[in-house]
Design a binder for this molecule. Structure first.
Ligand SMILES: [Zn+2]
Length: 179
């Protein structure tokens, strides 16, 4: 996986595309939950499910299918007033699916572990992108405080932090221009 910092930075950047009046504390908590949720599959590792299993790490919870399910369910939790089937509901469903999907997309750019089962449960093949500049993050907190962890932070600063800053600057410029 990329580190939690990388996933959170991208979720924050995506959240800035939503109009300020919709960005409640509840919205942010659920945005954070969506970007980290795919790694709930590490529970499976602890329960003895093999990494390469479709329910193993980077399996079903890292798939497009899972992101769509999360996207469809989240708007009701995030904004209780939004009407089921409305345009706003659809827009939030796309948003939460994108935030959830940002996680496996970043994982597929890491240089370690097994690939991502993007198309599970229909195809359990694991995929990486051809370009993988991000150092894979260790699983667990203790191993993160090491030379390995520092390497992860450095590559994420470069390959996630810089694009996120450019993205946020673009949003700022766009808001100023449209005022
Ligand atoms: Zn992951």
């Amino acid at each position: 996986m990329a580190s939690a910092f990388g996933h959170l930075a991208v979720a924050y950047a995506l959240g800035q595309t939503i109009r300020p009046e919709w960005r409640s504390a509840r919205f942010w908590w659920l945005t954070v939950a969506c970007c980290l949720l795919p790694d709930a599959d590490v529970i499976g590792l602890m329960l003895g499910i093999p990494y390469e299993h479709v329910l193993g790490h980077r399996g079903l919870t890292h798939s497009l299918f899972f992101a769509v399910i999360v996207g469809v369910l989240m708007p009701r939790l995030a904004i209780p007033d939004v009407a089921l089937g409305s345009r706003a509901y659809g827009a939030f469903a796309v948003f939460f699916a994108c935030v959830t999907m940002s996680h496996p997309i970043m994982d597929a750019m890491t240089d370690g572990g097994l690939g991502i089962a993007f198309f599970a449960p229909f195809d359990s093949h694991r995929y990486f992108f051809p370009w993988r500049p991000i150092t894979v993050s260790p699983i667990g907190i203790t191993p993160f405080f090491s030379k390995w962890g520092l390497g992860v932070l450095w590559t994420e600063l470069l390959w996630i932090g810089v694009p996120v800053c450019v993205w946020l600057a673009g949003i700022c410029v766009q808001r100023r221009v449209s005022k």
